[in-house]
Design a protein around this ligand. Structure first.
Ligand SMILES: NC(=O)c1ccc[n+]([C@@H]2O[C@H](COP(=O)([O-])OP(=O)(O)OC[C@H]3O[C@@H](n4cnc5c(N)ncnc54)[C@H](O)[C@@H]3O)[C@@H](O)[C@H]2O)c1
Length: 254
């Protein structure tokens, strides 16, 4: 029985890989995109090629109205969404707190934290009594717990996301909804464009990763598919780290 899946940020990177991975499971996948409709169509074609069904839907996760309209469009076509993968996000600014303008802080928080709140809430409100089991997966980051100078906006958003996921997990467990986060380390996507295109720079970063390389979006997508599956039926409120061991290296220099 195909599931109805919404992936946000699905026109790029980890979101696009997740969409294709759910397509390969035979699911109906809504490609939630921000602005690049052409890229969303490419993701949709890849989902179909993988064996799934696809539609594209604009979904600005930081807008209550946009999130609502996206869910309505999916519900009209396929019915209630039973898997939400929220991958939409912006990268850290690299600006120290003392220099950070308020709009920078607010933009990051509104996407990476409020976006998770708005998409989760709309997902949950569509479910009636006796709804089938369902899963929410938010793409967080190892920066939820491993801070970096210049990343206060991002680290605060992802750190807050951890607490949101845990709270949702206990609130929704009685309703059959499992809520988990995935915390990737360095993954080669457009968010890491510099590392994707500059091999010397990439190798300088990969030296810090025990497994010796950056991860791929497909590897993150495999974890999302697992977390949404019945094989993960007893997992909720977890933050699954996928970083090649990178965040274990914090003791260096101690
Ligand atoms: N790439 C990495 O190394 C890495 C590491 C840890 C965590 N992550 C997280 O993974 C997620 C996906 O990142 P990615 O690497 O695929 O980057 P990406 O830039 O390829 O994809 C992010 C997508 O989010 C979309 N987006 C941005 N703001 C949005 C908004 N307000 N509403 C809807 N969509 C919006 C962008 O248009 C883009 O398509 C992010 O949450 C990111 O923080 C990435």
């Amino acid at each position: 029985m195909p599931r109805t899946v919404l992936v946000t940020g699905a026109e790029s990177g980890i979101g696009a890989a997740c969409a294709v991975a759910f397509g390969a499971e035979g699911d109906r996948v809504a490609i939630g995109y921000y602005a690049d409709e052409d890229a969303a169509r490419v993701s949709a074609a890849a989902v179909v090629a993988a064996g799934g069904d696809a539609m594209i839907v604009q979904c600005h996760v930081d807008s209550e109205q946009s999130v609502d309209q996206a869910f309505i469009a999916i519900e009209e076509r396929w019915g209630t969404v039973s898997v939400l993968v929220n991958s939409a996000g912006r990268n850290m600014s690299g600006v120290l707190v003392r220099d950070m303008a308020l709009p920078q802080w607010e933009n990051l928080l509104s996407t990476d934290l409020t976006g998770a709140f708005l998409t989760s809430r709309r997902f949950l409100r569509a479910r009636g009594a006796g709804s089938a089991p369902a899963a929410i997966i938010h793409i967080s980051s190892i920066h939820a717990y491993a801070v970096r100078a210049g990343g206060a906006d991002y680290c605060a958003a992802k750190g807050g996301l951890s607490r949101l996921v845990e709270t949702l997990a206990i609130e929704e467990a009685p309703n059959g909804v499992r809520v988990n986060a995935i915390a990737p380390g360095m993954i080669l996507t457009p968010m890491n464009a510099h590392a994707e295109t500059d091999a010397t720079y990439r190798r300088s970063l990969e030296r810090n990763i025990p497994l010796g390389r950056a991860g791929t979006a497909d590897e993150v997508a495999d974890l999302a598919v697992f977390l949404a599956s019945t094989k993960a039926n007893y997992i909720t409120g977890a933050q699954m780290v996928i970083d090649g061991g990178l965040s274990l290296m914090r003791g260096l220099g101690a």
